[in-house]
Design a protein around this ligand. Structure first.
Ligand code: T3D
Length: 267
């Protein structure tokens, strides 16, 4: 991977940062970017050195959605294109067995807004903004926006944002629950790394199962959620992390959930 790659990847202290790298176009997505991002997420999932993944953008944009210069003559219907590119990417994020942070450094528009919403955690820079911009070009929100947004802000607010393509700034996003934290532009990358390292120190297996449980619960009934919790709790309880957590509690010390290569922990 070179500095020219459409996705830059860097891993530090258990945190893999994937940076969309088409800054001249506010990181608008072409097929190469979408397919490479999905492939890099899979690589990060398979890499034992990675405990948390961050998706962010190079330059002043996060992602301006579909590259509108890359649409004509692509030889695919909209449906075929979504099924070949955006949809597998969004599914990969939501099913990845590691936490994914959307680190929204700048404008997130169209499918870029969907990408901003898809993370398990959403951290925004003060100057970031989100625009469900699809209706400006008379398209329907896609790449998961119709699923994510009403669950966060309710049906009518979601419809209004989509119908009017209103810009949501960072303070409003925080109030609306579109992001968990807003950090200053100047220290954004450092603040995101520090936050991600906090997540990376948490029990990886338990977080994987928690993500699975929450995603299942969002679409199921209470009965299904209770059954799923009971099944996943067995997997968590049988894992060494659980033993370490209980032992640490009894020994009145902080648990060490990051198992060093070759180190055998109790439990
Ligand atoms: O399968 C399918 O194809 C369907 C899937 C659809 C998914 C979608 O995402 S549809 C929505 C597509 N995106 C848009 O419609 C957004 C278009 N961009 C904008 O409206 C504005 O750029 C922004 C509101 C996002 C930001 O405005 P501003 O004023 O901060 O920046 P700018 O000057 O408009 O953009 C800077 C440059 O990025 C500019 O290039 P230039 O003139 O300096 O050479 C602009 O053309 C380029 N750019 C921004 N967005 C896109 C883009 N180039 C190609 N595609 C873009 N989406």
């Amino acid at each position: 991977m070179t500095q020219d790659s459409v996705i830059l990847s860097q891993t530090r202290a258990g945190v893999c940062t994937l940076t969309l790298n088409r800054p001249d176009k506010l990181n608008a997505a072409n097929d190469e970017l979408l397919l490479t991002l999905a492939a890099e997420l899979k690589k990060a999932e398979a890499d034992p050195a990675v405990r948390v993944v961050v998706i962010t953008g190079e330059g002043r944009g996060f992602c301006a959605g579909q590259d509108l210069g890359d649409v004509s003559g692509r030889g695919m219907t909209f449906t075929e294109h979504l099924n070949a590119t955006y949809n597998p990417l969004i599914r990969t994020i939501r099913t990845l067995d590691k936490p994914v942070i959307s680190a929204v450094n700048g404008v997130a528009a169209g499918a870029g807004a969907s990408l901003a919403l898809a993370g398990d955690i959403r951290l925004w820079a003060q100057s970031a903004r989100l625009i469900e911009i699809f209706s400006n070009i008379a398209l329907v929100p896609d790449s998961g926006s119709t699923w994510f947004l009403p669950r966060l802000v309710g049906y009518s607010r979601a419809f209004e944002l989509m119908a009017l393509a209103e810009r949501v700034d960072a303070d409003t996003a925080l109030k609306m629950g579109l992001c968990e934290h807003v950090f200053s532009d100047e220290s954004f990358a450092d603040d995101v790394q520090a936050y991600a390292e906090r997540l990376a120190a948490r029990p990886a297996n338990a977080l994987k199962l928690t993500k699975q449980a929450l995603n299942g619960a969002l679409t199921g009934t209470l009965d299904q959620a209770l059954d799923q919790e009971a099944a996943l709790q067995q997997l968590a309880g049988d894992h060494w992390e659980h033993g370490e957590g209980v032992t640490a509690f009894k020994e009145k010390r902080a648990p060490n959930f990051v198992r060093a290569e070759g180190q055998v922990l109790k439990g």
